[in-house]
Design a protein around this ligand. Structure first.
Ligand SMILES: C[S@@+](CC[C@H](N)C(=O)[O-])C[C@H]1O[C@@H](n2cnc3c(N)ncnc32)[C@H](O)[C@@H]1O
Length: 199
């Protein structure tokens, strides 16, 4: 397994990850974490959680992974192949402003992603998905269509949707991810915010 710490790429054994998680009942997994800002902010605000950021891109993580928080870790791995050590462990899963293959996997109901989302959650875990309206539009989907497709994907992965709301500029500015803030200042900022529970 590959872990990023500042500019270093480290190989970690599954036992090392299991060990780091051993003392935590609450685990956040942020999929498509980008520069890891959300994980870093969350880990600092919630010492009772261990926060894990997952992405396929190393370089963006250099700055935020440098600080070595005791309760945060950044893994390089595709969303469709989440580590088995996380199975049944996540109490909170977030997918913030996905694009590329992550967004495609979500709206097209890719079985590898859905299996992973299903597998890493423990019963009653919360899944939060924030999707930029413009990213859906680029795929030819309205917010309503995107919302329906994502909700169907989540149902297939064993989640029940509790709410599906729209975020505007103010709410996006208040969301601690780099893309939320970037998009909040764009033209016509609007995002879907879906909250679901693993049944
Ligand atoms: C628009 S950025 C959002 C980053 C961050 N969540 C934020 O809100 O600032 C989308 C991220 O998804 C990642 N991504 C895309 N496809 C992925 C995949 N299949 N597995 C893991 N990460 C992926 C990209 O590398 C990128 O960092």
């Amino acid at each position: 397994m590959e872990c990023i710490q500042g500019k270093q790429s480290l190989h970690i054994e599954p036992a090392f990850l299991a060990n780091r998680l051993a003392d935590y009942d609450n685990i956040l997994v942020d999929i498509g974490t980008g520069d890891g800002r959300f994980v870093k902010t969350f880990a600092k605000a919630h010492p009772e959680y261990f926060a894990i950021g997952i992405d396929t891109c190393r370089e963006n993580l250099n700055a935020n992974s440098r600080g070595r928080l005791p309760n945060a870790l950044y893994l390089i791995c595709p969303a469709g192949a989440l580590p088995g050590e996380l199975y049944g462990r996540a109490s909170l899963i977030t997918i913030n402003f996905p694009w590329g293959s992550l967004l495609s996997s979500l709206v097209d109901q890719d079985t590898a992603l859905l299996f992973g989302l299903s597998a890493i959650a423990h019963a009653g875990a919360t899944l939060e998905v924030r999707v930029n309206g413009g990213a859906l539009q680029e795929r030819g989907l309205s917010l309503e269509e995107g919302c329906k497709q994502i909700q169907s994907a989540l149902t297939l992965a064993g989640y029940e949707t509790h709410s599906a709301d729209l975020l505007g500029s103010r709410e996006m500015r208040a969301t601690e991810t780099t893309w939320a803030k970037r998009l909040a200042f764009g033209r016509d900022p609007c995002a879907l915010y879906i909250v679901a529970e693993r049944t």
